[in-house]
Design a protein. Structure first.
Ligand SMILES: [Zn+2]
Length: 192
C-alpha cells in the first residue's frame, strides 16, 4: 500500500471503478486507477488490512462467502459492518465458497442468489457484483448471473480489467503475500 501511495496509484471504490469501466465521462479518471479486492472474508482483512488501508485512505472491495462468516479465522458481521463503514464495498463470493461447475443449476442459483440476499439484508446495500470462488464457472453460472441481474463478475484470470472483456469475465492480478515488493511492482500496469 505504501508503494501504491508513493507511486501515485489511486484505489477506487467499486462504483467509481464501474463508472470508469463504463466510460462515464463525468467520472474523472485518476492517472493510475486500481481496484483493491480481497476474497473469502478472512479475519486478517479486518485486523491487518483495514488499518493499513485506513492509514492511506484507500477504499477496497471484499468478496465474502456469507456461509463462512462467524467461524474461526473468518470475519463476523459486526466486523464486516465496520469495514463497510470504513469504505469497503462488500460483495458476494458464493454462500459456501463452492466449486460452482460441480453443482446443479439449482444449487448454483442458491449459492449465488442467497449470498447476495444475505449481504443486502445485513448491510442494506446492493450486492450485485459477483466473484467466482476458485475462479471457476461454467455456462450455467454465466446464465444465472445474467438472469438474476448481476452487473459484473470477477475471475482470477490474470490481467487488467478492461471494458473489452465480458462483464462477467473481468480479469484481476493475483498478489501473493509472500512475494517481495519488486515482484509486486512488476505486476502493476505500466501507466504513464
Ligand atoms: Zn475465494
Amino acid at each position: 500500500m505504501a508503494y501504491l501511495h508513493d507511486h501515485g496509484y489511486t484505489p477506487l471504490t467499486l462504483e467509481a471503478f464501474i463508472r470508469l469501466l463504463e466510460g462515464d465521462r463525468s467520472e474523472k479518471s485518476p492517472e493510475k486507477p486500481v481496484l483493491l479486492t480481497f476474497d473469502d472474508g478472512y479475519l486478517d482483512n479486518y485486523e491487518e488490512a483495514m488499518p493499513i488501508l485506513a492509514k492511506y485512505g484507500f477504499p477496497a472491495t471484499l468478496f465474502v462467502s456469507p456461509g463462512m462468516t462467524e467461524q474461526d479465522g473468518y470475519l463476523n458481521w459486526e466486523q464486516i459492518k465496520k469495514m463497510q463503514a470504513g469504505g469497503w464495498d462488500i460483495q458476494p463470493h458464493g454462500m459456501s465458497h463452492p466449486h460452482l461447475p460441480k453443482l446443479s443449476a439449482d444449487e448454483q442459483a442458491y449459492e449465488i442468489v442467497e449470498a447476495r440476499k444475505q449481504i443486502e439484508e445485513r448491510l442494506g446495500t446492493k450486492a450485485d457484483i459477483f466473484c467466482y470462488p476458485y475462479g471457476e464457472y461454467n455456462k450455467t453460472t454465466l446464465k444465472l448471473l445474467q438472469h438474476h441481474g448481476f452487473r459484473y463478475a470477477f475471475t482470477i484470470d490474470q490481467g487488467f480489467a478492461t471494458n473489452e472483456q465480458s462483464p462477467y469475465l473481468l480479469k484481476r492480478i493475483f498478489v501473493n503475500g509472500e512475494e517481495n515488493l519488486n515482484a509486486f511492482a512488476a505486476k502493476l500496469p505500466k501507466l504513464k
